[in-house]
Design a protein around this ligand. Structure first.
Ligand code: GLC
Ligand code: GLC
Length: 803
């Protein structure tokens, strides 16, 4: 069943009922100020860092989960209602939420009053603006009391929810007209404050939460709202809020517009105050003046829409598959931008207070956004490489604010370094910018250690070559891509981190997955060497690739599929010899993409994958699931069967199989899998799948789970980038290369072709693919051998391919 529908022309998902199985959220903002917003107007805002600069509060483990956030109340006679249903929870006569690209619109009607609330973070503005239009659609005059409320977080979101003995003393606000300024800790070391304001005279305010709500009451029934009043409370410690009250009279047919604005300001150290402890509000005044009229707001929303249309126009397709088109043209690319902005920090599943940016996560995310924002991709690559150590290993995570490696998590995830090669090669193929290889880049951010980026790539490869185990396969370290395959961990202590402990130093556990990665990215590195005249190095690297390829064929092939690993006692994992975990997805994806054993092994591995791991939502991580905890396997066996790394469909790695199908030229296999978990294709199973039908989630519970088919951890997942790579480069077959654009589709029988527009190195490629007798590539009317469209200076290039 569905809870809404796609409006492709508007690039919106339209939610038609408030009771979606889970909060269905959207992201606002693209530079510094970010907001999460759910389909009932919940969520929170922060500036750059969801832990250290949290602007509004979010209650983890709250019931109801999604209450709070942006609270609007409309009081009309005896009835109190909220335009987005929450928090008042009054049944509405009409409800609709439209999540668009960088904005959300809520429409709620009650008793002849129609509300329309549009929320966005205008570009280059550190402010969320909420435009509320109230229209009297009844035949009689309406006297309404309206409240808009924000609850402040005391900046550090972790401290805010733990350190009450201090925090309940420090909260401070200032009130000036219709604006409440939140200035906790500004008196001492902070140089930033926030504000919440409305562009009309207010009739009252509250800034102390508990006064506003009243004893024993929650956000659904504040005392002040029930009394249609404000207590004019001024927060002194406790929980500061901004509750603004306005009275409106609407004649029949009349409508009024209010602009609520939630902003963030930083002041220079010497200009913090206007007078003793009174904050300097100049910047806030300017920001408010810039968004004081409906026309200003509408212009900003138009500009935002234009921005997205132009960004997404870099890659658009028209095919007979409407759902594929909508994923490619809108939602998958949008999600790639969200993962660029958020990494794995802030969603309804990632608390924003946990992990920093992952090395491997960031490298893989880049594969999905490099064609959209190449300049920022370059900066990201240098940031990532700067946390690498001189021996080629690397910190596993870094903090976005400081860009320093995170010592708590440390290093030792042996797949990490190779992802740097993957993303750098992707960047150069996209941009042609070889100069990035010369960019002086430090190790562990230490000044004076800078070497050209190319040297980082070299050491990444060397690290794998020099860290191999008894079968000549790469050592796994703490874990490889599968964070939960912890073969040196042997943890018996409750709560101990599987990722960072290592209680057993065998120096033996090996990963066939890393072997596959090495063969794939080793070949890419050698090709790069060839391009920049390092032919001797290319030869050496190819020799190492050959060695690891042979070791994989000898010790990594199980007969019908690739094995997963060898444990600390040299026993195979992911082999028919095992009772559980006989087969894993990851090496099938990477070894086949790397071409190990050629198409013959590839087809067999994929047939086994489908037969043993396939379900209606995709390919599960492993089979059969582990039913017991095994200390020699680690966290993977800690999850109940069918969940997370223990046998869910871990969506992130499904596109590897799609690409593996493309590697063996099986278009039906590729598309057949793509469709099984591409959100738009399973929209009609929303009551089972439960997360948003317009973005990928991290996992979908597997066959052995109690809730088979249920997705979790929506939005921030490597699935976004890899799915885009799989559909754009695999199925549609448009691959940037050093000297041109490859057009090499791998279509299912059900698709006859497509039209596509792709911006590549300043040229717009207008590509038409169709089936026919006269096979071949035609560029600007002239036949071209092979499948690479050569680079050109022309603004437009017409490409036709008959397959
Ligand atoms: C999470 C991590 C990612 C890891 C995956 C599998 O998505 O962010 O780095 O590869 O889980 O364990
Ligand atoms: C847990 C999760 C895994 C994630 C890791 C790091 O192990 O199962 O998916 O990558 O934590 O946060």
């Amino acid at each position: 069943m569905q809870y809404g529908y796609f409006d492709d022309a508007a690039k919106e998902y339209v939610i038609t009922r408030a009771d979606t199985p889970l909060p269905w959220i959207n992201y606002l903002g693209s530079d510094g100020f970010f907001s999460l917003i759910s389909n009932t107007c919940g969520g929170y805002s922060f500036y750059k860092d969801a832990k250290l600069r949290r602007i509004t509060r979010f209650r983890y483990n709250n019931v109801p989960h999604d209450e709070g956030g942006r609270c609007f109340y409309v009081c009309d006679g005896d009835t109190v209602w909220s335009p987005a249903f929450l928090p008042a929870k009054t049944a509405l006569d009409f409800y609709r939420c439209r999540h668009g690209l960088g904005y959300s619109v809520f429409e709620g009607n009650k008793n002849g009053v129609a509300a329309s609330l549009t929320v966005t973070v205008p570009m280059h503005t550190d402010m969320e603006v909420q435009k509320l239009v109230l229209k009297n659609e009844s035949g009689a005059e309406k006297k309404l009391t309206v409240y808009g409320v924000s609850e402040w977080c005391l900046w550090n979101a972790v401290d805010d929810s733990t350190n009450f003995q201090r925090n309940w003393n420090i909260g401070e606000v200032e009130i000036e007209g219709g604006t409440v300024y939140h200035k906790t800790e500004y008196r001492e070391r902070r140089n930033h404050y926030a504000f919440y304001s409305v562009n009309a005279p207010i009739d009252g305010f509250d800034t102390d939460r508990d006064t506003f709500l009243g004893r024993f009451r929650g956000w659904s029934e504040p005392q002040a709202v029930e009394n249609r009043t404000s207590f004019m409370s001024v927060a002194a410690g406790w929980a500061p809020i901004a509750a603004l009250r306005l009275s409106l009279t609407l004649a029949p047919g009349e409508s009024k517009t209010l602009l609520f604005r939630l902003g963030y300001v930083e002041n220079p150290e010497d200009r913090k105050f206007e007078s003793l402890n009174i904050i300097n509000k100049e910047k806030a005044h300017a920001m408010l003046a810039a968004f004081d009229t409906e026309a200003q707001f509408d212009a900003a929303l138009d500009a935002l829409k234009t921005y997205w249309t132009s960004l997404l126009s870099r890659f658009t397709v028209q095919s007979s598959e409407e759902k594929l088109d909508r994923m490619v043209n809108i939602w998958n690319q949008y999600q790639c931008m969200v993962t660029f902005n958020m990494s794995r920090s802030a969603s309804y599943y990632e608390s924003g207070t946990g992990r920093g940016m992952g090395f491997r996560d960031s490298c893989q995310d880049l594969l999905g956004f490099v064609h959209l924002i190449p300049e920022r991709a370059r900066e990201r690559i240098i940031d990532i490489a700067s946390i690498q150590f001189a021996d080629g290993s690397t910190y596993h995570q870094y903090q976005p604010l400081t860009k320093r490696g995170n010592a708590d998590v440390g290093s030792g995830f042996n797949d990490d370094p190779l992802w740097l090669i993957a993303c750098t090669c992707a960047y150069i193929r996209e941009t042609g910018d070889f100069s990035i290889l010369d960019e002086p880049t430090p190790f562990n951010n230490e000044a004076g250690t800078e070497v050209p980026l190319m040297e980082h790539l070299r050491r990444s490869l060397r690290y794998t070559v020099e860290h191999r185990g008894p079968h000549g396969l790469p050592l796994i370290g703490r874990a490889d891509w599968n964070d939960c395959l912890n073969l040196n961990c042997f943890s018996r202590t409750p709560g101990e981190s599987f990722q960072t402990c290592s209680n057993f130093k065998s120096g033996k556990a090996e990963s066939v997955f890393i072997a596959g990665m090495f063969v794939k990215y080793g070949k890419e590195y050698a090709a790069l060497c060839d391009r920049i005249g390092l032919s001797e190095e290319a030869t050496d690297v190819r020799a190492s690739v050959e060695e690891i390829e042979q070791a994989t064929l000898k010790f990594g092939w199980d007969g019908e599929w690739f094995r997963r690993a060898y444990d600390a006692f040299e026993r195979p994992i992911g082999s028919r010899e095992n009772d559980e975990g006989k087969i894993f997805i990851e090496p099938q994806g990477f070894c086949v993409m790397a071409g190990i054993g050629g198409p013959e092994y590839g087809r067999r591995a994929l047939a086994s994958t489908e037969a043993l791991l396939g379900n209606e939502f995709g390919i599960e991580v492993l089979h059969p699931c582990y039913t017991e905890y095994h200390d020699y396997l680690g966290e993977i066996s800690s999850y109940p069967p069918g969940y997370k790394e223990n046998g869910s469909v871990f969506c992130h790695n499904n596109p590897w199989i799609t690409l593996a199908y493309c590697t063996v030229k099986d278009g039906n296999g590729a598309f057949g899998l793509y469709k099984r978990n591409a959100p738009a294709y399973i929209e009609d199973k929303s009551e089972i799948h439960r997360t948003e039908p317009y973005c990928y989630s991290q996992t979908i519970a597997g066959r052995d789970a109690k809730t088979y088919g249920e997705a979790k951890n929506a939005w921030l997942t490597g699935t976004a980038a890899w799915s885009f790579v799989a559909v754009s480069q695999g199925i549609l077959g448009i691959r940037p290369d050093y000297n041109g654009l490859i057009v090499d589709p791998c279509l299912p029988d059900t698709m006859d072709g497509y039209r596509l527009s792709r911006l590549f190195r300043g040229t717009r490629y207008d590509v038409t693919v169709r089936r026919g007798e006269q096979k071949g590539l035609i560029v600007n009317g002239k036949p071209v051998p092979g499948n690479t469209v050569p680079l050109t200076d022309a603004p437009v290039c017409y490409v036709e391919l008959t397959v």
